[in-house]
Design a protein around this ligand. Structure first.
Ligand SMILES: NC(=O)c1ccc[n+]([C@@H]2O[C@H](COP(=O)([O-])OP(=O)(O)OC[C@H]3O[C@@H](n4cnc5c(N)ncnc54)[C@H](O)[C@@H]3O)[C@@H](O)[C@H]2O)c1
Length: 273
């Protein structure tokens, strides 16, 4: 019997990109998966496709910014299955913007979805897992949560907060047999140019056109499951996550130099100058 066999898992933001791939990998590994997403139409379509392929996958509408909505989904899971083994707090948006251009509404959306959304998911799951004697929580941060990421300043700030939230809670949670992991991928090929994501003064289409080093969501999902099995505190994925992470820790001067040289080039590329 595998690590994920017959585990009950909830994946927020499971109707697209990384969340969809994690839901699929968990299902293939034998878990019962609830895709919890604000986009219930897509969540249902994916749940049906994965179920047709032999999985046990269901969809429920969840808005991670609404504590009651998060609680409702977890209550429904407990009512149906009696347990919650895995909580994947993954729903998120991107704001591409320099600090000086970032609007208050951008900060609010990022904090509400990418940070408080994770907090609500963690708190609701933690209570259940503590009572049942254990569980595992994976929070999707980003390479931007591990090292400075100019031009994504607000996004990077909030993703750093998700790493801090995860690593601090991990220590508090260990005596309750609750594992906490932070997933930190580099750039992943997901639908970035959607209405959910925002750019201030830079071209979102450039990213959606695909960059050579982009990771596939499937690769990220496989790394996430491997990291969960090993119970890694931080799970970087891709060279564009590992390299800045280690460079910033061990040769910060070199890292700053590279950023100082590289950022003007990336800025003019993304501004189509
Ligand atoms: N794509 C990347 O390059 C990349 C890199 C590192 C980390 N991430 C992070 O990975 C996570 C997933 O991103 P993705 O690239 O797969 O994006 P995506 O846009 O493909 O998927 C995000 C999903 O979240 C859902 N969602 C948005 N707001 C929600 C809300 N309020 N409540 C519930 N669901 C909501 C969307 O409907 C969508 O299904 C995010 O946290 C993102 O910051 C992405």
């Amino acid at each position: 019997m595998g690590y994920f066999s017959d585990k009950v898992a909830v994946v927020t933001g499971g109707a697209s990109g990384i969340g969809e791939a994690i839901a699929s990998e968990l299902s293939l590994s034998g878990s019962i998966v609830v895709i919890a997403d604000i986009n219930i139409g897509e969540a249902q379509r994916i749940a049906e496709a994965l179920s047709r392929a032999g999985g046990r996958v269901f969809a429920l509408r969840m808005d991670v910014t609404d504590k009651a909505s998060v609680q409702f989904v977890l209550d429904s899971v407990i009512k149906s299955y009696g347990q919650l083994d895995i909580m994947i707090n993954n729903a998120g948006i991107v704001v591409i913007s320099e600090m000086e251009d970032t609007l208050e509404e951008d900060w609010d959306r990022l904090i509400d979805i990418n940070l408080k959304g994770v907090v609500f998911g963690m708190q609701a799951a933690y209570k259940i897992m503590k009572q049942q004697g254990g569980g595992q929580i994976l929070n999707t941060s980003s390479s931007s949560g591990l090292s400075p990421t100019p031009l994504f300043t607000a996004y990077s700030s909030v993703k750093h907060a998700v790493v801090g939230l995860s690593t601090a809670t991990r220590i508090e949670a260990a005596p309750h047999h609750i594992k906490v992991n932070a997933l930190c991928p580099g750039v992943v090929n997901t639908p970035v140019a959607t209405g959910r994501n925002t750019s201030r003064g830079m071209d979102l289409e450039i990213l959606s056109g695909g960059l050579p080093m982009m990771l596939s969501p499937k690769r990220v999902a496989k790394a996430a499951l491997k990291g969960m099995k090993k119970n890694k505190a931080i799970i970087p994925v891709g060279m564009d996550s590992y390299l800045p992470y280690w460079a910033n820790r061990f040769v910060p001067g070199v890292y700053d130099f590279v950023l100082a040289k590289g950022v003007p080039l990336v800025r003019s590329y993304m501004k189509n100058e």
